[in-house]
Design a protein around this ligand. Sequence first.
Ligand code: GLN
Length: 192
Amino acid sequence: MLTIGILDLQGNVSEHFEITTKALKNFENDSRVIKVRNSAEASCCDGIIISGGESTVIGKLLEKTGINNIIINEKIPVFGTCAGMVLSASKTDYEQPLLNLIDMEVKRNAFGRQKESFEKEIDILGYKFNGIFIRAPAVDQVGEDVHILSRLEDKIIGVKQGNNIAISFHPELTEDTRLHEYFIKEVLKCVE
Ligand code: GLN
């Protein structure tokens, strides 16, 4: 049984739950989506999605619940969106707990005040995707093992290192399951 967990500490959890449920219908595996609120639930997961929200708050709760250690020690693949991207980073421009899953430096709220929220068609994985950016971060620098998936103007907005994926925007606020399916394929590589 393939289990995808949606971290449920703070943020856009129900939207990710719904789109992941929809994405999993395109796979033949016996699968389920669960909400992850503690380390025991995290331990059951083959992959975990970290939603948008407030990364400082989520980071502190990851430490308090011990879910951070489960993700790191059990090498559970993570798909981080927006605040989830911040938390996947090795470094940010703000002092906060991080998971250090992807060798990158992330700038929070990178798109400036007047453009705090916007939608823009972006290119990722060879197709167009409706990028919804809400006080979005961007990647300033990446290590040599990090693969860049997408850029918007001069900013890096999608990356992958090993089985971990991080993007600046919110696919869970669209009906488009392709990025969730891309993550599920990464998770399947680890379990098969
Ligand atoms: N700016 C927020 C943070 O750094 C992220 C915003 C979001 O997830 N929509 O935590």
